[in-house]
Design a protein around this ligand. Structure first.
Ligand SMILES: [Fe+2]
Length: 290
């Protein structure tokens, strides 16, 4: 796992609550890359390329400054955190992200963009304690605690889940650099940068050949009509068992082959390529049309 804790801030719960109350009033809309998720997944842009309150697509700014959206003025505490904790000269996008009773399937980010992936620097801070909400990064599952500022290695295969209805509002601040950089350059406030914190890594059960065989036996129940459901089911398993998130797609391909449906095999291979391989900016994918 390359994701790690960069530092921690003490959240002012009274000020935070006012911002969270505003965010709860913003209507939920269809998300960019909503094929990656099911359930409640709500992203609200606070800073982005255009200042548009509905502009949710992450893209390169090419040296231009990120603009505050109409939402930024309604969340003064989060706006203060963004502009005083982080290096706004490198800011690409800042948004709140919430996930409830939902999963974002394993994927890699930035593959549709121009920079070398190591020049993108995604930070993530959970704002609320949600005990059944987790992130994964390659070989590790993480439970983030409120106030921890994480470097999230979005160029690796990663996933996020909330197995509960507890709100897991979070602040995702994306920075980008033009060349070699030290990660402390991500911060305007040097006192916040304090790496080396011990993360909360939940225990996962061992994964055996028997588990794999039970998974592949889903060939007995998979249909084109539940293909998407099977994918989301498979994507949840690596949070419980010690197995790589990318195995989700190899299981889906294996199940589809065993079911003997060539179209299904093709779609399983395509979603694997789309999520963790290469894709074009704005390219979309359908799990439900055949
Ligand atoms: Fe991601």
């Amino acid at each position: 796992m390359r994701s790690h804790i960069l530092g921690r801030i003490e959240l002012d719960q009274d000020r935070l609550k006012q911002d969270l109350d505003y965010l709860a009033t913003v209507p939920t809309v269809e998300e960019e890359y909503n094929e990656f998720s099911n359930g409640f997944w709500k992203n609200i842009p606070l800073y982005n390329a255009t200042g548009g309150s509905e502009d949710r697509l992450y893209r390169d700014l090419d040296g231009a400054a990120a603009q505050p959206t109409g939402h930024a003025a309604h969340v003064p505490y989060l706006n203060e955190i963004i502009t005083t904790v982080y290096n706004v000269d490198r800011l690409q996008m800042a948004r709140t992200r919430n996930l409830k009773n939902a999963i974002v399937i394993p994927h890699r980010d930035f593959v549709e963009l121009d920079r070398e992936v190591d020049l993108y620097f995604r930070t993530f801070m959970v704002l609320e304690d949600s005990p059944l909400a987790f992130h994964s990064d390659d070989d590790t599952v993480i439970h983030m605690r409120p106030g921890e500022i994480w470097f999230l290695d979005a160029a690796a295969v990663h996933s996020a889940v909330n197995f509960s209805d507890f709100s897991r509002q979070s602040l995702c601040v994306d920075l980008a650099f033009d060349g070699d950089f030290d990660e402390k350059e991500a911060f305007a406030d040097a006192t916040v940068y304090a790496p080396g914190g011990t993360p909360d890594i939940p225990h996962r059960k061992p994964f055996t050949a028997e588990h794999r065989e039970r998974i592949l036996s889903l060939a007995n129940v998979i249909e084109r009509e539940n293909f998407r459901d099977v994918l989301f089911l498979l994507a949840k398993l690596h949070f419980t068992y010690d197995v790589h998130p990318a195995d989700t797609y190899d299981w889906l391909i294996g199940i589809s082959k065993r079911a003997g449906d060539d179209k299904m095999v093709e779609k399983a291979e395509q979603i694997k390529g789309f999520a963790i391989g290469a894709r074009e900016l704005g390219e979309r994918f359908s799990l439900t049309t055949w």
